[in-house]
Design a binder for this molecule. Sequence first.
Ligand SMILES: NC(=O)c1ccc[n+]([C@@H]2O[C@H](COP(=O)([O-])OP(=O)(O)OC[C@H]3O[C@@H](n4cnc5c(N)ncnc54)[C@H](OP(=O)(O)O)[C@@H]3O)[C@@H](O)[C@H]2O)c1
Length: 281
Amino acid sequence: MTILITGANGQLGTELQQLLDENNITYHATDSKEMDITKIEEIHAYFERIKPTLVFHCAAYTAVDKAEEEGKELNQLINVEGTKNIAQVTEKYGATLVYISTDYVFDGTKKAGEYEVNDTPNPQNEYGRAKYEGELAVQEFSSKFYIIRTSWVFGKYGHNFVFTMQKLAESHPKITVVNDQFGRPTWTRSLAEFMLFVTNKQADYGIYHFSNDNSCTWYDFAKEILKEQSVEIQPVDSTQFPQKAKRPQYSVLDLSKTKALGYEIPTWEEALAGMLKAIQA
Ligand SMILES: NC(=O)c1ccc[n+]([C@@H]2O[C@H](COP(=O)([O-])OP(=O)(O)OC[C@H]3O[C@@H](n4cnc5c(N)ncnc54)[C@H](OP(=O)(O)O)[C@@H]3O)[C@@H](O)[C@H]2O)c1
C-alpha cells in the first residue's frame, strides 16, 4: 500500500501523520509546497513518481467566514477544482480516495432526528457549498471513495475552539458562548483512527459520518473545556455573535452507519479529555 496525504501539515493531516508513525506505516506527506492541488500537472507529476494506492485528501480551504467574500475564489479553486483534480488523478492511478467533508453541507433545519448520510445537503454558506461540490466531484470521478463528513474539529495541532477558549480564559474573567447551535465535536485523533479503520477494513465505498459521540452546544463544549478553571461562562444566542457565514443551527450527524461497521466511537467528553492530556504530555 502506498499512502499519500494531502494537507499533511494541517490540523487533521498532522494528526494522521503521527498516527501512521506510531503504527510504523510509511506514507508520503504533501502540502501546497510539495503538490498544489489546484495545479493538475503537479498532481500528475507527483502521482507518477510515487504511484499511490490510497489517498487521504485532507487539503482544504477552511476559512469559513473569509470564504463568503475575500476568500471566495480561493475557496472555489481549492475545495472544488482542487478536489476534482485529486479525484480525477486518483482514479487514473486506480487508487482509493478518502475525502473529508463537513456538517456544513446541511442547512441545520432538520426537526426529526439527526442528519443521516442520505439526507439531502442544502449548504447555507460558501464553504459548505464548495465542500458539497467537492463531494459531487468525488462521486463523479472516483470509483473507490470514502466521503467522511465530520464536524467541529479540534486537536493538538492547529487553531481550534479548544485553544481559543483556553486563550480567552487567560485574560477574561467572563466569557460568553453561543448556546443555540447543536453539533458533535470531533477530535482529530478519533477521526484519523477511523480513516485508518475504514480503509483497512475495506468497508463498502460511499458516504460516512464521523464525529465523537454525544451532542452539545458550543456553550456545553466551552464549559467542559474550562471546567477546571474559575472563569465564568455565560450562554448567549447566536444573534449576539454575528458572523459572515451562516452556520447550521443543528448539525448533529447520525453515526449509525459508522457504528454498524463495528467501530466504537468515544464520546466528545472522552475525546476532549484525551486531547487535553495529549497537550499536557
Ligand atoms: N476544521 C474543522 O472544524 C472542520 C470541520 C469539518 C470538516 N473539516 C474538513 O477536514 C479536513 C481537514 O481540515 P483541517 O482542520 O485539518 O484543515 P487545516 O488545518 O486548515 O489544513 C488544511 C491544509 O490544506 C492545505 N492546503 C490548502 N490549500 C492547498 C493547496 N492548494 N494545495 C495543497 N494543500 C493545500 C494547507 O496547506 P498550506 O498551509 O500549505 O496551504 C493545510 O495544511 C478539510 O477537508 C476540512 O474541510 C474541517
